[in-house]
Design a protein around this ligand. Structure first.
Ligand code: SF4
Ligand code: MG
Length: 316
């Protein structure tokens, strides 16, 4: 196997006036080159923080991030600057991350200039032209500004800007959530084509399981800072094991994906990630919770090949 990324016991804690917020609490997984891992969960589950901690856009509190065989948490600033070319981030709202005073060509060309990848202006213009073509942006848009374009085109700019660095890994944080459904499909298709052409590896962060269903090879489900189930996409949809995953799938708005599952209504509030209580974090909402669940934290175990679950019910 060809592992591009190994995340080991990743933690990101924040000190708050009320206590320590466990945003990411001991997350581990591996990712094969050229594949897509979907990370799903409700807002506040720590999926975005996980993505940013992997890129060290925020410093992890603990853990290792092994990228191409090297622990990047040990790299200094300059080493990290070079590495960051290979690991790009695409945001949910490209508009917020695109400088409104810059034209499309300036936005896409900027990283090439700043990172001194293509210092020559003429060559850089050619590359920008090429990147626009790759992401399906018409030539005539080259001197337009982000506000003149719709959400789909703005996301294409975001993708082109990421591709300018010739990345190996792209972390996509809700890249289509702000878009209309028809545009979502176009962007997802584009991302899939680019993956095939360039051998890209994706981490695809989303609250929407139906978005990653066809797209992700594997899906990891997060709950309150922890990874509670991970499996190949097909397995997760056909045979979800963790009670939380089952509840998520039963609530999916797409009938063909929901299958004939009985709707599981989750009672109770999501617990606080600040000074979390011992035991299973899902216990307050779980219909199967026992005394053991309230005292002992379930570990993530491989219940069958490539299928990991953190729940006491699955242990013998
Ligand atoms: Fe429910 Fe217990 Fe499993 Fe947690 S460990 S999901 S509370 S059965
Ligand atoms: Mg988020």
């Amino acid at each position: 196997s060809d592992t591009i990324l190994e995340v080991k016991h990743l933690k990101k804690y924040f000190n708050t006036p009320k206590g320590t917020l466990h945003a990411v609490d001991d997350v581990s997984f591996t990712l094969e080159r050229g594949k897509t891992l979907g990370i799903v969960g409700e807002s506040g589950c720590g999926k975005s923080t996980t993505g940013r901690a992997i890129l060290r856009l925020i410093e992890p509190t603990a853990g290792e991030v092994i990228f191409n065989g090297e622990d990047i948490t040990k790299k200094n600033k300059e080493q990290m600057r070079l590495l960051r070319r290979e690991m790009q981030l695409i945001f949910q709202d490209p508009y917020a991350s695109l400088d409104p005073r810059k034209t499309v060509s300036e936005i896409i060309g900027e990283p090439l200039k700043l990172q001194k990848l293509i210092p020559d202006a003429k060559k850089r213009a050619e590359r920008v032209h090429e990147l626009m073509e790759v992401v399906g942006l018409a030539d005539r848009l080259i001197n337009t500004y982000p506000h003149e374009l719709d959400g789909g085109r703005r996301q294409r700019i975001g993708i082109a800007r990421a591709l300018a660095m010739e990345p190996k890994l792209i972390i996509c944080d809700e890249p289509v959530s702000a878009l209309d459904v028809s545009i979502q499909a176009q962007i997802l298709n584009l991302m899939q084509d680019l993956q095939e052409q360039m051998g890209l590896t994706y981490i695809f962060i989303t609250h929407d399981l139906s978005v990653v269903n066809h797209f992700a090879n594997d899906i990891a489900v997060m709950y309150l800072g922890q990874l509670i189930e991970k499996a190949p996409s097909v397995t997760l949809f056909d045979n979800p094991v963790h009670p939380y995953t089952k509840a998520l799938l039963s609530a999916i708005p797409v009938p063909s994906l929901r299958k004939k599952r009985q709707r599981v209504m989750l009672k109770g509030e999501i617990s606080s990630p600040i000074n979390p209580k011992p035991g299973c974090r899902f216990a307050v909402r779980c219909p199967y919770a026992t005394d053991r669940c309230r005292t002992e934290e379930p570990k993530l175990v491989e219940i069958e090949k490539d299928h990991f679950v953190a729940c006491h019910l699955t242990e013998k």
